[in-house]
Design a protein around this ligand. Structure first.
Ligand SMILES: Cc1ncc(COP(=O)(O)O)c(C=O)c1O
Length: 620
């Protein structure tokens, strides 16, 4: 593949597919007819991975003429189901999206054949919906043989009650009459007669060649009759349950809403590699992998992470010190359990990462908010405020949320203090992969020669949050407890995902992905910063970060970040007021804006609207 002319494979596969589609009839001038044939071809041939993803790409494309648009209807959904990773996407014969084969950034671009690249392809552009078969096969169908009700009637009533209780949903396939008869040990004629009755009453519908399915209409009526769940009285909730904060639904990254933070981009190249490696990993899993495995994670993955951390982050480690977790969140949870007892004091950054703070409160630990200045955590303030702290939680490479990098003097001061006082440091090194300028920063852990740092990293930022794989590098004295805690909480990480990630790293795809994303995210950062600065000069001071996936735009003129956050939300723009992340320190009002993973076409207009909104905002 690497020797082929760039783009040749993609073009060949486009050509091949085109040849499979019957020629347009002379009397059929409309491009819609081409679409139709393409859909039909796709439905016939499940092996094809090219996709007519008109709906998914619509927001990036020039608006087609009305008559050319074709909604994703039931008739073409079968085709979209067949798409796993998209190689070439057509929405119009003139447009295509070319993936891995091109071997460059352009390889993940939506192309207009006449005018060249239109847009990057993100993970949004890989829709996958599958038709559910439902759970009727596992439903506990039962007959009461002592009852005087005829068996056929009992079968009928069983299906009715499964529908009305909501146990079986619309579209669920009902077992064939033969299967049902054999499962219940009744004559097939009894089942056939029950099914006929159900059909006549509209409980089920029959699709020729496919089987019998629960009908949507009746289920809809049944659901409408159901009463809403009763509100739970507060007194009925145990006190400990009340300690948990409500989950903020806005944190769900379903759609590309600028400037939600922590969004990552999986381009077509990575998606395709992932698909290939997943297939390979599934085939390669042996009996040992399929059973319970080491709670600390797969040896190969730990080895690869160890090599990566030594080279890229100057972390001092051996593979056996790496514990695979579900991400930073779980690593910090384990660190708290291993290091701290209720009532212990700890230092957290002010402003700081709210989830760490919330986890500490849940563990009944006493977090002291220590201010952050241009050099990072103010160690002197910590020493003064909480001299007996047992642990310090820091983000030294890219302080969350300010983006400040901790100076060398502060790092050495912090390590010395921890050593002298027998405290541990939990270093959260999130987004260290995305450094755009300035000298590379080594980890704090790499400076520690007294084994007082638990280093925590995550692949959920480097790759994608849905992955749920992170790691901790644990000092040897804490290793047995750390692995033991991981085992009790969650037994072990998922084997298949680990195997895929390990190969992804081993074969160099991780490095290549980081390189491509670093380039893209930097462009996205610049597009955001430039548009904001141009549009709201004088009212905004944009801090351009050297690293990470978000920036902070500080507000001037006594503007309230909370008020702007609310106004932006009304305008469909997501910003977070930085003052929400402060505890004791006096906040400098500003907005946290995620830039990573949003195409320029989304960033520029949204940032311009935000700039106008800020310019026109009248004070608090
Ligand atoms: C400071 C900080 N650490 C870590 C993470 C990543 O956490 P996880 O690996 O659990 O997804 C985030 C995500 O937003 C973060 O802001």
């Amino acid at each position: 593949m690497s020797h082929a002319r760039p783009g040749a494979t993609a073009e060949a596969s486009v050509g091949w597919r085109r040849r499979q589609i019957s020629e347009r009839e002379p009397r059929e001038p409309s491009p819609g007819a081409d679409h139709q044939r393409f859909f039909e071809f796709g439905q016939r041939d499940g092996r094809v991975r090219g996709a007519v993803a008109e709906r998914a790409l619509l927001h990036l494309e020039p608006r087609p003429k009305r008559r050319e648009r074709r909604p994703c209807s039931a008739s073409n959904s079968g085709y979209l189901q067949a798409c796993r990773a998209v190689r070439v996407i057509f929405s119009d014969p003139c447009w295509s999206a070319v993936s891995a084969e091109r071997g460059s950034l352009e390889s993940s671009a939506l192309l207009d054949q006449r005018h060249g690249p239109l847009s990057d392809i993100g993970s949004d552009h890989f829709p996958m919906t599958t038709k559910s078969q439902g759970w009727a096969d596992l439903y506990a169908w039962q007959l009461d043989r002592s009852s005087r009700t005829p068996l056929s009637r009992q079968v009928y009533m069983q299906v009715c009650s499964a529908v009305l209780s909501g146990a079986l949903r619309a579209g669920a396939r009902v077992p064939s009459s033969r299967t049902m008869a054999s499962r219940l040990g009744v004559a097939r004629a009894s089942v056939v007669s029950a099914y006929e009755q159900l059909l006549a009453e509209g409980y089920v519908e029959s699709r020729r060649g496919s089987g019998t399915f629960i009908s949507g209409e009746v289920v809809g009526l049944a659901m409408a009759r159901r009463t809403a769940p009763r509100a739970i009285k507060r007194a009925a909730v145990p006190t400990s349950a009340r300690d948990f904060p409500d989950f903020e639904r806005s944190a769900v990254q379903g759609e590309a809403r600028p400037f939600n933070t922590g969004r990552t981009l999986v381009d077509a190249r990575t998606a395709e590699t992932w698909r290939r490696l997943t297939h390979r990993a599934v085939r390669g899993l042996g009996p040992n992998d399929l059973g319970y495995t080491d709670p600390a994670g797969l040896a190969e993955l730990r080895g690869n992470i160890c090599d990566y951390l030594r080279a890229a982050r100057a972390v001092r480690c051996e593979p056996d010190q790496i514990v695979i977790t579900a991400g930073t969140q779980q690593a910090i949870d384990i660190a708290i359990r291993v290091l701290l007892a209720p009532g212990d004091e700890v230092w957290v950054e002010d402003p700081g990462y709210p989830l760490t703070h919330a986890q500490l409160l849940l563990a009944k630990v006493r977090p002291h908010a220590i201010p952050v200045d241009v050099q990072g955590l103010v160690v002197g303030a910590g020493r003064h405020t909480s001299p007996r702290a047992r642990a310090i939680f820091v983000t030294p490479s890219h302080q969350f949320p300010t983006g400040v990098a901790m100076s060398m003097a502060r790092r050495l001061e912090l390590l010395a203090w921890a050593r002298q006082n027998g405290a541990f440091i939990v270093e959260d090194d999130y987004t260290s992969e995305f450094r755009y300028s300035g000298p590379p920063l080594a980890s704090l852990q790499g400076l520690d020669d007294s084994e007082r740092v638990i280093y925590v990293g995550t692949l959920n930022k480097a790759l994608f949050p849905g992955l749920r794989i992170g790691y901790a590098v644990v000092p040897r004295s804490l290793l047995p407890a750390f692995v033991g805690a991981r085992y009790l909480i969650d037994r072990q990480p998922a084997t298949l995902q680990q195997a895929v990630v390990s190969e992804f790293m081993q074969q160099g795809h991780f490095t290549a992905h980081i390189r491509r994303m670093r380039q893209l995210y930097r462009e996205q950062r610049d597009a955001l910063a430039e548009t904001l600065t141009r549009g709201a000069a004088g009212r905004l001071d944009v801090a351009l970060p050297d690293q990470g996936m978000h920036l902070v735009a500080y507000l001037g003129d006594g503007l309230s970040d909370i008020a702007i956050e609310a106004a932006a939300q009304r305008a469909g723009i997501v910003v977070r007021a930085i003052s929400r992340f402060y505890h004791a320190a006096r906040p400098r009002p500003g907005l946290i804006l995620g830039f990573s993973g949003f195409p320029r076409q989304l960033i520029v207009p949204a940032a311009a609207r935000l700039a106008t909104l800020i310019t026109n905002h009248s004070g608090n």
